[in-house]
Design a protein around this ligand. Sequence first.
Ligand code: AQP
Length: 334
Amino acid sequence: MEDKKTLFSAVQPSGTPTIGNYVGAINNFVKLQDEYNCIYSIADLHCLTVKQDPQSLKKATYELMALYLACGIDPEKCIMFVQSHVPCHAELTWVLNTITYPGELGRMTQFKDKSRTHQDNVNMGLMDYPVLMASDILLYNTAVVPVGADQKQHIELTRDLALRFNNRFGETFTVPDGIFPKYGAKIMSLSDPTKKMSKSDENINAYVSMYDDTDTIIRKFKKAVTDSDNKIVFDPENKAGISNLLTIYSVFSGVSIEDAVKEFEGKGYGDFKLKVGEAVAEGIKPITNKRLEIIKDKAYLNSVMIKGAENAYRIANRTLRKVYKKVGLYKAEL
Ligand code: AQP
């Protein structure tokens, strides 16, 4: 790999990726691939922290790799792999668990939110999610992690664990920085704009999936919850719904938020929502066409996954061996 800084990020195949995952993460993955040595993972082990249908999980993993490629992530420039194909992630998690305190994990917002929404399945994995995420990042000497704003707390914990390990056992891990998109770091739900848009939302009208067709996209935007004062201005605090739509419009149309506000001055919410829907549908269409082509080529997709896993393993295993040595695990040698 070239002498550039390393960047790591991942998306969970926990459903159909939303435009939130695209704006907050995947779109930036593409933009950053020339500037850094990029490692992009599909975080299937993370998905097991909430109940999954095994067949759907398998399918979603395969389809997410096709989406990565269709969005323009280049396997010749980046390492692209499925998390469970590289066993070092689970192994480093065990070691990092021994320097992580339950109190740190119990106060994570995502853990608290997901414990509320999955009351029948508050499992140890759900609590340990941020440690697995720290392992993902630290295995690759990662300098930067592009993520949405919801992951800020997890990046902080990753930094704390890296520093804690380095202090206790000597310099081992690079301490990473999170990078967040200027706009769109948190795309909100279309049915409740005070809530993050999530692919596992039970209400399918709350999110726009990257796999939705044009009619569905436009229908969902027409239904988007706004407010009653009929003014299109950017004010996330007081006008969450409209501001969210302006952000989405800006990302998909390439028009700045200020220009979008001018463009829609005096227009009604109906017109505005239709225009946002059209811009998103237009942006997603070429990705969908490519994705549907790629998905048919199982041999190609598998070859990308296998090559990615081999390259990822080479780096991850080196870090894991170093960690095992530092903590005093005996290595038998002839
Ligand atoms: N609404 C969002 N706005 C901006 N960025 C977002 N991300 C997720 N939702 C938004 C970013 O997408 C990346 C991958 O996320 P993930 O799939 O690993 O986990 P998540 O953050 O838990 O995403 P979801 O869609 O909410 O999944 P579920 O419903 O399964 O929990 C991350 O960089 C995230 O910040």
